[in-house]
Ligand binder design. Structure first.
Ligand code: BV8
Ligand code: ZN
Length: 248
């Protein structure tokens, strides 16, 4: 199989599926122009590992630098469009019950017309006060890449620093999102794993849990991943090429 020719067994599994779960990672948004976590960081972020910035320690060390990174990423997401992969999942969801579980903090699934069951790692568009937890609207982020820290806003009611709405390394996943994901997997007969390296837990355990419970799991990824040896079918292609080929 190459990028553009799909194994008929994969098309058949997609055609027969009655309740589908899509499990997406950063690769889902790569063809929209959003760098993945594996991509080399550029600019101000070049000398940082994502795990350094996306962590409570990183925030404690320099909340202005972390806030600048998320504001830059928010502006980038606002300026790009969903790709054919996001649109294919939205179209498929019009034909059969489709639940989207994403590790991504962008809103590209929603802007393509899908309803997202679980943002396992939070959202760029849900800032909240790090003190009292009050929700704050996103201001759409930055249009120009910052050259240094950007002081986060202060909470109007408690004076705490407003933090990004993402789940950081070392933080627990939102219980409601986790339970929504597990329920979706319990009900589905097909899981499509798209654009994830499968290295971050506990999210990466969900496809393995699906396989355990007898769900057919297809992977779409141009690279081999930690999940590849376990899934039923793995297609070395991209989200924007592979997903449209699965939707009749
Ligand atoms: C937790 C939001 C514990 C932020 C993210 C030490 C201390 C504490 C915890 C740990 C520890 N050691 C390990 C852990 C667990 C840790 C973990 O798994 N670490 C890894 C690095 C080993 N996990 C956690 O910390 C989690 N919390 O464990 O809590 C706990 C328990 C109880 C009580 C208290 C605490 C929280 C993890 C969430 C972190 N937040 N994101 C933000 O976005 O800024 S994770 C972030 O990286 C993403 O959300 C994503 O989930 C993850 C991995 O990225 P991927 O999505 O897989 O993307 P990646 O770049 O890796 O790969 C892209 C893939 O796409 C590639 O395979 C590529 O081939 C493919 N691709 C490229 N182009 C395309 C494509 N595919 C298709 N089409 C294309 N065009
Ligand atoms: Zn507050």
């Amino acid at each position: 199989m190459n990028q553009h020719t799909v194994d008929p067994a994969i098309v058949e599994a997609a055609r027969l599926a009655r309740r589908v779960v899509a499990f997406s990672g950063a690769g889902m948004s790569a063809e929209s122009g959003i760098p993945t976590f594996r991509d080399a960081q550029t600019g101000l972020w070049e000398k940082f590992e994502p795990e350094q910035l996306a962590s409570p320690d990183g925030w404690r060390r320099d909340s202005g630098l972390v806030w600048a990174w998320y504001q830059w990423r928010t502006g980038l997401v606002r300026r790009v469009q969903p790709n054919d992969g996001h649109r294919a999942l939205a179209a498929w969801g019009q034909q059969v019950p489709m639940k989207i579980i994403t590790q991504n903090v962008d809103d590209l699934h929603e802007r393509a017309g899908s309803e997202v069951t679980a943002h396992l790692h939070g959202s760029l568009f849900a800032p909240r006060c790090s003190g009292c937890g009050a929700a704050y609207p996103s201001d759409g982020g930055l249009d120009v890449e910052p050259t240094g820290p950007v002081p986060p806003p202060k909470c109007a009611s408690c004076g705490g620093e407003v933090r990004p709405g993402a789940v950081w390394f070392g933080e627990s996943l939102p219980l409601e999102a986790w339970q929504g994901a597990e329920n979706a997997i319990d009900e589905c007969d097909l899981m499509i794993v798209v654009g994830t390296s499968g290295v971050v837990y506990p999210a990466a355990a969900l496809p393995l849990q699906a396989i355990e419970s007898g769900v057919t799991v297809l992977e779409i990824n141009p690279q081999t991943t930690d999940l590849s040896p376990h899934v039923h079918h793995s297609w070395r292609t991209t989200a924007a090429i592979g997903l449209p080929a699965l939707v009749a």
